[in-house]
Design a protein around this ligand. Structure first.
Ligand code: NAD
Ligand code: MLT
Length: 312
């Protein structure tokens, strides 16, 4: 008898080879299922592999009578109902390291594009406008970058920003004075960070505690003309408060890769000239997608065959 594995989001072909080549596994790739179709289909499967598009709801897990493990090809598991999985005895594993570098590089690309208004200038030029006056930027050198969440990606961003001669101030509940010193970063509370920073970048998971961590009260503490980057999760920054802070000129610009509701088309933030955005592309590189798919495929295969799971 073969274990049946359903892959419901597009994953790297190379990355899923460990599963495809396993003799005791049958892999089914079905990436266009509606939530209702997935809830029906899932009942035959031992494992489910997703990226971020599939919402693994309680309804889906309830119907998954044979399901043993859900593999998330990426970091955030906020698209999976973890309580429902636990109640039904379903293990959830993610791929915490494979896209760190890509997400950090994307954050730096967003930070630099924001500072130099590259997307706005590109858009103007593509529309036949040679407009240099409207696209005067600011240097990063000597500015302070506030990093909220100094985990894998936050730390990589901090190191790269130091390479741009930026000063770093960070907040992370697990940041010790010793670690901060070793990394050459200043540290403080969220309030300290947002008061001192010229640019702020968030790199926390989306949890109850981090939902709207940046809200209308936090914006009030910031310097006038601060610029904001979010390549972590929509919802860490209150989008209504961000909109208000931009139209009142408190915030000079924002670079967003993620939104509270995705896909985010016709979003009011996207109407603002000060906002630059990408459609959740932080981990969208050949390397990262291969890495996370390999990691999660190996974990799922290992669990199905040995019953042992790495810590999620
Ligand atoms: P990580 O677990 O390595 O780091 C997260 C850090 O946030 C940890 O150090 C943790 O202590 C800290 N944290 C937790 N609660 C906090 C709080 N209340 N205030 C401040 N810090 C807090 O995770 P990571 O790999 O660095 O990922 C960071 C975020 O980026 C996650 O939300 C992840 O889903 C997201 N991500 C997005 C993309 C993308 O495509 N845009 C790609 C990869 C990861
Ligand atoms: C993640 O949490 O890893 C990101 O959202 C990246 C992704 O899923 O593509």
């Amino acid at each position: 008898m073969k274990f049946k594995v359903l892959i419901s989001d597009p994953l790297s072909e190379e990355g899923i080879l460990p599963l495809k080549e396993a003799e005791n596994v049958e892999v089914v790739v079905a990436t266009d299922l509606s939530p209702d179709e997935l809830a029906k289909t899932i009942k035959d499967f031992d494992a489910l592999l997703v990226r971020s598009q599939t919402k693994v709801t309680r309804e889906i897990i309830r119907n998954a009578s044979k399901l043993k493990i859900i593999g998330r090809a990426g970091v955030g598991v906020d698209n999976i109902d973890l309580d429902a999985a636990t109640e039904h005895g379903v293990i959830v594993v993610n791929a915490p390291d494979g896209n760190t570098n890509s997400a950090a590089e994307h954050t730096m690309a967003m930070l630099m594009s924001l500072a130099r208004k590259i997307p706005q200038a590109y858009f103007a030029l593509k529309n036949q406008k040679w407009d240099r006056k409207s696209h005067v930027g600011v240097e990063l050198k000597g500015k302070t970058l506030g990093v909220i969440g100094l985990g894998r990606i936050g730390a990589e961003v901090a190191a790269r920003a130091q390479g741009q001669r930026m000063n770093i101030i960070a907040y992370d509940p697990f940041l010790t004075a010793e670690k901060a010193e070793k990394m050459g970063v200043d540290y403080g509370t969220v309030e300290d960070v947002v008061k001192k920073a010229d640019f702020i970048t968030v790199h926390t998971p989306l949890l109850k505690e981090t939902k709207h961590l940046i809200n209308k009260d936090t914006f009030k503490l910031m310097k006038d003309g601060v610029q904001i980057v979010n390549c972590a999760r929509g919802g860490i920054i209150d989008e209504d408060a961000l909109y208000e802070a931009i139209v009142t000129k408190k915030v000079a610009g924002a670079a967003l890769d993620v939104f509270e509701e995705e896909p985010a088309v016709n979003h009011k933030l996207l109407e603002l000239h000060e906002v630059i955005a990408t459609p959740h592309l932080g981990a969208s590189t050949v390397e990262a997608q291969e890495n996370v798919a390999i990691d999660v495929s190996k974990d799922v295969l290992n669990f199905l065959t040995t019953g042992l799971a790495r810590n999620p």
